[in-house]
Unconditional design. Structure first.
Length: 342
């Protein structure tokens, strides 16, 4: 294994890639936002899998909080396997796929377009099948991503989605904060989460917690623990973890609780402290905890963007955990870069 993995290099590239996206991506974002303003959808659906689905979950919370428009995730198999058509009038469809190749995602996007939905595709390949069947294709501008574990493409998918929302809703505060992101992400990639890394390196199971938009980041963190570290990690909303899952917590059980500076912070920190009080080894991205350990983090210029800086710091840490466990994070076992499902 080389001294520096592809995953590490790509994490360090994130600030520059985001700057490129914000510089070159304005035209397609503005065109798609104008189409959303004209369509005035009553609701939206999202179509994605894996890390892309976590970016869609992030968009769901952001859209519901900013625009008041509900967003539902639709399983691609509804169209590809079950061959059902959905009633999608007065709807917009957001599909997210870095490759734009997976047949099931392409099929559902094609169906949405045929049913009259405004179909929007976020992809790193605007010449892909997904781009061709969608009304608007938005280039992620992430460049080549060699590591199997998605990092740059997750971040650019999430940013493109929330940027689209900000343009659609003409949210000046969110737009200003978006253009300040590269500098914040530069700092986020350098955060020292070594205490957490050391605590979980020899473990086999852990919880990731979030709430609201950060739940999407918790989901992404759990996936990355599985695929890069071969660790069994489960993601829960802090509102759900006490309703059953907490029963498996024992002395020293590791928990990472991720929170932004929003209205959910105090309740999530309270849950983190409760679980720490049961003997778990809990780390939280907040300085408000009394029992859980505090992880340093970079706050952005808008609470909705804090999740983006958190995942960059997480990526930097999880790559190190993988290496400490003797695993090459660039080549997770049983996985390949592009997974195509029907």
């Amino acid at each position: 294994m080389s001294a520096q993995t592809h995953m590490r290099r790509e994490i360090l590239e994130i600030p520059a890639v985001v700057d490129t996206l914000l510089t070159k991506g304005a035209g397609s974002i503005e065109a798609a936002a104008a189409a959303l303003q004209a369509a005035d959808p009553h609701f939206m659906i999202s179509v994605a899998r894996g890390s892309s689905d976590h970016a869609a979950t992030y968009f769901k919370y952001a859209c519901e909080l900013v625009a008041g428009i509900p967003v539902a995730s639709v399983g691609p198999s509804v169209s590809s396997i079950y061959e059902r058509e959905l009633s999608l009038s007065h709807c917009a469809c957001l599909s997210i796929s870095q490759s734009g190749k997976s047949p099931d995602i392409v099929q559902l996007a094609r169906m949405a377009t045929a049913q009259g939905a405004l179909s929007l595709a976020l992809t790193n390949h605007t010449d892909s099948d997904l781009a061709r069947v969608s009304t608007h294709a938005i280039d992620l501008h992430a460049g080549a991503e060699l590591s199997v574990a998605a990092t740059k493409t997750f971040v650019t998918s999430a940013i493109s989605a929330v940027w689209l929302l900000a343009e659609w809703q003409r949210d000046a505060d969110l737009l200003r904060a978006l253009h300040a992101l590269p500098e914040a992400l530069e700092s986020a990639a350098q955060m020292d989460w070594g205490a957490l890394a050391a605590d979980i390196a020899s473990r086999q199971s852990l919880f990731c917690l979030g709430r609201g938009p950060v739940l999407a980041i918790s989901n992404e963190a759990a996936l990355k623990f599985k695929e890069t570290c071969q660790l069994h990690a489960e993601s829960y909303s802090s509102a759900e973890v006490l309703h059953g899952p907490v029963s498996i917590v024992e002395q020293g059980f590791p928990v990472i609780a991720l929170t932004a500076t929003d209205q959910a912070e105090s309740s999530l920190v309270d849950v983190a402290d409760q679980i720490a009080g049961k003997g778990a080894s809990v780390f939280v991205t907040s300085d408000k905890a009394s029992k859980a350990g505090c992880l340093p983090c970079v706050r952005t210029a808008h609470p909705l963007l804090d999740p983006i800086s958190l995942i960059v710091s997480f990526y930097a840490m999880v790559e190190q955990v993988a290496l400490s466990r003797g695993i090459n994070p660039d080549e997770p076992r049983h996985l390949k870069k592009v997974t195509e499902t029907v």
